[in-house]
Write a protein that binds this ligand. Sequence first.
Ligand SMILES: [Zn+2]
Length: 565
Amino acid sequence: MTLAEEIREKLNTGSTDIVRAVIYARVSTDNEGQKESCANQVSLAEKYIAEHPNVQLIATYIDDGISGKNDFTRPQYNEMLQRLSDDGFDLILTKALSRLNRDELNSLMLNSMLLEHNATVLTLEDRHVHDFEDMNSGLLHSIKYAIDAQYVKQQSLNGRKTQELRIERKELSAKDCSFGYDWHREDKSITINLEQAEIVRRIFEEYVYRNGTPASIERALNDEGINICSRSVSNIIKDERYIGKFYINKRTTKLGTGRTKSKRIELPKEQWVLCERPNLQIVDTELFELAQRIHHSRITVYEKPDKKTIQAHFQGMHLFASKIFCPVCGKPYRHDFSDRKKTISVYRISNHRDCPNKISRIYEADLEEMTRITLKQVVTEQSNVLSSVEKTLIECVEVSQNNGDEVSNLKKQRSAKEKKKESLFGVLMNGALSDKVKDEAVAKLNTLSDEIDNLTAIIEDKESNKLSFSYVTDKISEIKTAISELKNFSTMDRDRILNYIDRIDLPPNGDVDITLKSGQIITFKQQQRNDFSDEESVGKKGIQDVLYWLPAESQKQLRHGTRQQ
Ligand SMILES: [Zn+2]
């Protein structure tokens, strides 16, 4: 019986023979996360001892915070070996062999010392008593130790091997799981988390259909008690997983050697491997692409502000944010205050020296009044248009009513055919007919029936398409209500501006051009120089306010920013 077999028997058969044991634990400084695992290693050993009353604990050796790679600085380890050669003991309790040594030479030395002093090792992770006398197992251990010597390397090799396999098989792992999905450890699968998927879908819809921004979406969701930050929202918007496109091999580990830590590094997109999972698609592809386009246009607005045509979809906090542009260079005007107390809103353009357009700012209150005038004008025009719309609608109804004549005509045709059919029936019932005539009569009867069915279908169709005059009055009153609501608006809010104003241009001549969503352009003409009383704020060496005409009464109230209440 080998020593290991002897000890196994003592430990596992409830024997009362004493086994003299020491505990050895070690954590390395390399890994902060391992700090607490030192206590874990010891408590693991203590648990084992508590379960085996015949194990007598002689000493506990802990090398705290010292890397296993450098054995010269493991005082407790050396002390343990000293004790082994001085007094001897039967067993070292340790979590794993890698806790003892990661170096082949050291492990061979330990191996021979253990043999010499009749001791062995019990690894707590598998509760295995190692047999160093068994040549095979000895060989195994030396191989194990040799591998352990390159512990770090091996780990990363394993990692890389599994990574390669995953790429080959296009397998997803827990790391590929994100918000909206669940990872199932048992069968290593990913499924859609219905509740979270609903939120993902909402984020896309808010972003695309309601002009949401990550910040506004964050606020809206937080109000409902869903905690998601704007950063996550903007990541979700870009994440192709939601259309079932998962990418693996996005990162790799750069191996740390010696004292340097291993690093995760990002791989270029060419090296990513696409795993298509159509069953994991949460967001409609079309919606996703719309979101990408919006996202892209938003970046372009800020990255390349020199393009004339681009229109920011960005929904700012300020009334006219992202709506005002210099038509010469295409740069946007941004919200600012013209006074120290920050009560007077203006829109300014910055870094504009190189542009021949010297218009530098416009007051928000003035713009507000201009917009109000514009919208009122449009509404008035609309009510003029309304009467002609009404006329057209009535014409439509009349045309559909005229169908009535056509229908009664068709009905006459139908009853004529029905009469014919009846008389044919009479003839057939008479019986005194040759087979040939009979056949002809039956054929004719069939055609007549078909014709009657057709006519019936046409009549039904025509009758259902008939418009009534109440349709016109209903429609007209709907439109009238909408227009009167528009006419009576008092506050100029951001929604109204987003709904009606496409863009506002401030050309060098001092005009203000307001382009409506309908395509109409309304120009506020430059104010006459001699009408302009406030000399101070104009003509400061090429830097100018916009000069424009406003109705006299609103000018008095509005000039320089006092907002109408
Ligand atoms: Zn410009």
